[in-house]
Ligand binder design. Structure first.
Ligand code: NDP
Ligand code: DGY
Length: 331
């Protein structure tokens, strides 16, 4: 469900000559880029080999910017766009947006919450199943013809085990519902306890110690950088598995690799990494690690819904109508 904000365009923005000029800083799927090009003058900053030349031509007239959830927008680029009014993020995560800077310049920042929640939660559950029940290894076992030679390994029962969730937000709650239906226990941490059936553990290390699966589902950015560190892995322990569907930056990746190598933790299921698409080489070799290429929201249906919402926010803004979403820091 997407809420409509009561925010209207600030009156101090001058009238625009439509179509507005939009800078595109990420690769966009056709189902978003096509409609954007139909209604706006789009300038492809991501694709162009002459970024400085493009900015010399159009920077002064850019009123909107479209970026991906994982795109980092430096303040130096925003400095070069004096007329920018809105950044529409094609994704829910906006850790790549300099929010304090945008607040100061009254640049609106919109994102695509809710429409992707279920898909991302599905991926978290899949990573719990694939690591806990060994499904990736077992699939390889059958493909390799090994079933003809020996019995498959035994794995871990999930019912009764505890899933600790770092960040019980929209996605965290959807994960909690799913694993509860599987007979698993849920505990969580975050900055604040919440109403509801799940056990709040204020300290992340204590949550890790209580968890069989520690699932990272909070936003990335400076406030959460390397929150999951060597001490958290020590607390998670030799029977514990780390699952990350949020942002690579939240985990101290080298400590995680070491914890996996020396048996401090049992396994990892990862959809996101610090330097995507580059993945630390040791992870690629490990049998107790399941790796996905940042596909939390990567279904046709959800990406289309995200694209529609990303564009709808621009449509609303330039029609001087209420935005459909606005990040909480600017609300
Ligand atoms: P929400 O804002 O709904 O939830 C975030 C949760 O994190 C809240 O419960 C919040 O609780 C908690 N939180 C926020 N800051 C901190 C902090 N500093 N320390 C601990 N907990 C914190 O976001 P969503 O559930 O919609 O999305 C979560 C993240 O998932 C996104 O930001 C994005 O990065 C990632 N994502 C990844 C995808 C993928 O493809 N793998 C797809 C979509 C999203 P509280 O306020 O109590 O702290
Ligand atoms: C998001 O929506 O934040 C996903 O990570 C896709 O970028």
């Amino acid at each position: 469900m997407v809420r409509s904000t009561s925010f209207f365009a600030a009156s101090h923005f001058p009238e625009l000559t439509m179509p507005a000029d939009i800078l595109v800083t990420a690769p966009l799927p056709d189902f978003l880029y096509g409609p954007l090009k139909a209604d706006f003058r789009c300038h492809d900053y991501f694709q162009t080999t002459d970024k400085a030349g493009l900015l010399r031509q159009v920077a002064g007239s850019i009123h909107g910017l479209v970026q991906g959830g994982g795109t980092v927008t430096p303040t130096s680029l925003l400095d070069a766009l004096p007329a920018l009014q809105i950044i529409s993020v094609f994704g829910v995560g906006y850790d790549g947006v300099p929010v304090a800077y945008c607040k100061k310049r009254d640049i609106k920042v919109t994102n695509t919450p809710d429409v992707l929640t279920d898909d991302v939660a599905d991926v978290a559950v899949a990573l719990i199943l694939m690591t806990g029940r060994g499904f990736v290894r077992l699939n390889r076992f059958v493909h390799a013809g090994d079933w003809l030679k020996r019995s498959p390994e035994l794995t871990t029962r999930l019912g009764g085990k505890t899933v600790g969730i770092l960040g019980l937000g929209r996605i965290g709650k959807a994960i909690a519902q799913r694993v509860t239906a599987m007979g698993m226990e849920v505990a969580y941490t975050g900055r604040n306890p919440q109403e509801g059936p799940y056990r709040f553990i204020s300290d992340l290390k204590a949550l890790a110690a209580a968890s069989d699966f520690l699932v990272v589902a909070c936003p990335g950015g400076p406030a959460t950088r390397n929150l999951v560190d060597a001490d958290v892995f020590a607390a998670l322990g030799a029977t514990g598995t780390i699952v990350n569907i949020a942002r690579g930056s939240i985990i101290d990746e080298s400590s995680m690799v070491k914890a996996l190598q020396d048996g401090t933790i049992k396994a990892a299921g990862l959809d996101v990494f610090v330097d995507e698409p580059n993945i630390p080489a040791p992870l690629l070799e490990m049998k107790n690690v399941v790796l996905l290429p940042h596909v939390g929201s990567a279904t046709h249906e959800t990406r289309k819904a995200m694209g529609d919402l990303c564009k709808a926010n621009l449509d609303a803004w330039f029609a001087r109508k209420p935005l459909l979403t606005l990040i909480p820091e600017l609300g």
